[in-house]
Design a binder for this molecule. Structure first.
Ligand SMILES: [Zn+2]
Length: 454
């Protein structure tokens, strides 16, 4: 027998609610945290949550350091000066300060801590790849590479999007825990510009980097609602409303926020009796440093939260994987088996050691407080890329297939019903067990970034 009533599954197939919500979010364009577009996105979700039958739909504002870009320019200093200033060549990274620096250019390869500490980058502008060495077992992203470069004395940071050709630099905050803005200017550069810069660095060239941007106090917002029992513990399901100021934030994370709304609508059906209350929380300012989820846990605590499910980087296939402790992920494995999802949807057996590290998204603030927590994300189907349109001009609505979202919503809702049945028996995960999942070098970075909670 299906976990969801057949009428609910039929409704998921026939209704345009999910697709309308997704298009409502992506049609806004930029939903950058603290900007008007994010507030518009919150408005779309607030109306959708209420229309979908969630109760106690609430919008809660909180203060953030808003960031606005102006132009950026990079000039090769040498016999012939050449200047790059187009959006398909470079983009300032949120959290960058404004500034102008002229310095020798140092290619630090992947930009891992080992490479940065083995190279003299003091006073230099460094160029780091978005990739990591194939031998590297742990994830290491932009924020970490920036932190290590700054720590080693770099005066500027260039981050090359080696994952995508075609003039597609990637944006993304360089400050997750520490005060914004960071100490040195930072830009993302396209793969093509990155290759040109590598040749320039090999010739001992210098560059002049100009970044124009501003950081100002701004307001972001969380939006939430509930379905299920009025009392007792609850399951919190998060996605983030905000996106970047390029593209439409389609897979990161309009798809996730729309799935949240649709799961809420399906589970609000009077034909479904949930064993545990479910709170749907679409956070603000995730991209600026997980600020909405931090505001929520600081205000509400996690004593009543039996489990947490995060939905992020999703929608580019109909195969969804839940990564995190088995006690939670098993609910989604059972749902996948019921629905005939053709591959292991749970991921690695290591509770917090999956492909998707929990310190990169809203999972962090729940997991570090001991809440059993998973992140649900899409896994690329054969022949379709998982590679990141996210954080680029190309993260647009046309990349998402409406049928995929529909399947994902049914998987998510089915998994949540099953999780609600077992939420009573879930134990908190002690902080020391969570901490033990974090590689030593990552722990050092998290300390550098000012967000090591132990
Ligand atoms: Zn995201």
């Amino acid at each position: 027998m299906a976990t969801l009533p057949l009428a609910t599954i039929g409704d998921a197939y026939a209704s345009t609610y999910l697709w309308d919500c997704f298009r409502g979010l992506t049609d806004i364009g930029s939903r950058m945290a603290g900007h008007e577009g994010e507030a518009a996105g919150v408005g779309v979700l607030e109306a959708a949550f209420a229309d979908g039958g969630q109760r106690a739909v609430t919008v809660t504002p909180f203060d953030v350091p808003g960031w606005w870009r102006d132009s950026s320019r990079l000039t090769l200093v040498g016999d012939s000066t050449r200047t790059f200033d187009a959006a398909h060549q470079l983009l300032a990274l949120p959290g960058s300060p404004p500034g102008e620096v002229t310095a020798r250019l140092v290619d630090v390869g992947y930009g891992t801590p080992d490479e940065v500490t083995a190279t003299d980058v003091d006073g230099a502008i460094v160029l780091a790849s978005s990739r990591n060495p194939p031998t590297m077992a742990r994830p290491c992203n932009r924020t970490e590479k920036y932190a290590w470069a700054v720590d080693a004395g770099a005066r500027g940071f260039l981050y090359c999007n080696d994952a995508l050709a075609g003039g597609i630099p990637a944006t993304g905050s360089v400050r997750f825990g520490s005060e914004m803005p960071g100490p040195v200017p930072a830009v993302g550069v396209s793969r093509e510009l990155g290759e040109r810069l590598r040749r320039h660095a090999a010739d001992d060239g210098s560059v002049r980097l100009l970044v124009d941007c501003r950081t100002e106090p701004a307001v972001s917002r969380n939006v939430e609602g509930v379905v299920g029992p009025a009392s007792g513990p609850e399951i919190v399901v998060t996605a983030h409303t905000d996106g970047h100021d390029v593209g439409e934030g389609a897979r990161d994370n309009a798809a996730g926020a729309a799935l949240l709304a649709e799961a809420g609508r399906l589970l609000a059906s009077e034909d479904i009796e949930l064993a545990t209350r479910i709170r749907f929380l679409s956070t603000g300012a995730e991209e600026l440093g997980l600020l909405g989820s931090r505001a929520w846990v600081e205000t509400n605590g996690t004593a009543d939260v039996a489990a947490h499910v995060n939905v992020d980087v999703v929608g580019f296939s109909r195969t969804m994987r839940a990564e995190g402790p088995a006690a939670v992920a098993e609910a989604f494995r059972a749902a996948a088996a019921e629905l005939g999802v053709p591959r292991d949807p749970v991921g690695t057996a290591d509770p917090y050691g999956g492909v998707w590290p929990f310190w990169y998204s809203d999972q962090w603030h729940f997991a570090t407080r001991g809440v059993p927590s998973v992140t649900c994300r899409s896994v690329a189907d054969a022949g379709r890329t998982a590679l990141g349109w996210g954080h680029t001009h190309a993260d647009t609505a046309d990349k998402i297939d409406r049928r995929d979202l529909r399947d994902l919503a049914i998987h998510l809702a089915t998994g949540l019903v099953r999780l609600a049945e077992r939420a009573d028996g879930l134990d908190p995960i002690p902080g020391c067990a969570v901490r033990a999942r974090i590689p030593d070098a990552t722990a050092e970075y998290l300390r550098l970034d000012g967000r090591w909670p132990w």
